[in-house]
Design a protein around this ligand. Sequence first.
Ligand code: GLN
Length: 534
Amino acid sequence: MTKYIFITGGVVSSLGKGIIGASLGKLLRSRGFSVCIQKFDPYINVDPGTMSPFQHGEVFVTDDGAETDLDLGHYERFIDTPFSKLSNVTSGSVYSTVIKKERRGDYLGATVQTIPHITNEIKSRIIKAQKHFKADFQIIEIGGTIGDIEGLPFIEAIRQFKTEAGYNNAINIHCTLLPYLPTSGELKTKPSQHSVQVLRSYGLQPEVLVCRTSKPIPKTEKEKLALFCSVPKEAVIECRDMKSIYEVPLALEEQNMAGVILDLLRVENRKPDLKNWELLVEKIKNPKKTLKVGIAGKYTKLSDAYISVVESLKHAGYANDAKIDIKWINSEECIDEDICKTLLKDIDAVVVPGGFGIRGIEGKLNVIKYARENNLPFLGLCLGMQCAVIEYARNVAGLKGANSTEFNENPEYPVIDLMQEQKDIKGYGGTMRLGAYDCHLKKGSVAAQAYGTTKISERHRHRYEVNSEYLDRIQKAGLVFSGMSPDGMLAEVVELPQNDWFVASQFHPEFKSRPERPHPLFLGLINAACAQKG
Ligand code: GLN
């Protein structure tokens, strides 16, 4: 029987509920339980696919092609389980289902209301995920902060769900912040007390409190929190700021968080196997070298926009006992070739990540040209691969006016063009080529060697592709197309074997890297950078 764990947040936003939920998931997994997750986002967008990365950070993509909140990335990395479309629920998707049903006449003349129709739809999403994953534990994180108007239908749905599931089958973890007042040298508990009061006013009593804090919580303050928030003392969990997010599960395990929760849910505790995770954290804490890796993109002001890329680089770093120092390179600044050279001089490797639109493209092309000519280890992702093809076409294959029709409607050589299947699509939401597709790698290629196999499956999110009309000419000029879709029509990987590492993919390998299992393409990049450094 599935047990449900709801996670809410109070006091401030950006508390790291996702990391806390993911860490709890890791602790349960390490005990041999199966875990699935859901992220509820109260905004009206149907999914974050149409939102600016500046506002919402990265869009994470699942195998089944859902464009989801970046927290799902943390959940997959910590729990090491692929999640699905059912894992991200927004107000937009809930309301659009209800409105569609109303238009169809499904409600038989009833007045359609927030309660019960919207709340029922939310509850049915919980059940759908339960039926699909059949996990021992279902962790459901509610985005936003308690008291937000748009979050209320979700809170009411949880209240009902908890009541219906019965005592000991569903609990609520409430995450808060304990601010530190340097003048009096105190951690303050009042905002947390108030936040729990707000939660209670909606009929929800938390069973566990997780308190974010920059300092250790004194025993007296823990007792105060327990008393005023009506939770057992051992259920007041401290979550201190950590250097690495991967330390969080161990810090929570030390306080027996999973044990407390299993007890509340009347499930027998098991001994966790965290040996490998402990080794990983040991490596993270004691790097033997530092590598400076450039990320050349246009959303460099918000590192969350490339969170999976950053994490993937770190994973490959851990495997090399290396700390990865990210240098954010604004691709627009690289449009000037001299500035570009100066910016790239002190780095050990460079990634050109995915993106949309023309801004900064010429800068990205300069970055790639520099990497190609100077044997700087390079990894291109999606748009990064399309740029690598344009750069090679222009500067090596002699196709001077080469471009993508995304940036120039009528280029002399449209080496990157809208995919045929995209040509009749109107509207932007959920219409790209999304999710996992198979790819065949050329035997003996750099990519095949890195993967150790020629058959792979990777996640996609794009509308454009290499124009097959130009494949031959670019190939003859020396760029190796080492990965193709199984039908041989769509270019998936390009590489230059003569460089130490020059590989680019149409897919997004960053969605499948795990801390204990770095992705082969990121590992290849970092291995090459380490080898060059000696
Ligand atoms: N804009 C490009 C396309 O749509 C690349 C997308 C991406 O990098 N995710 O094909």
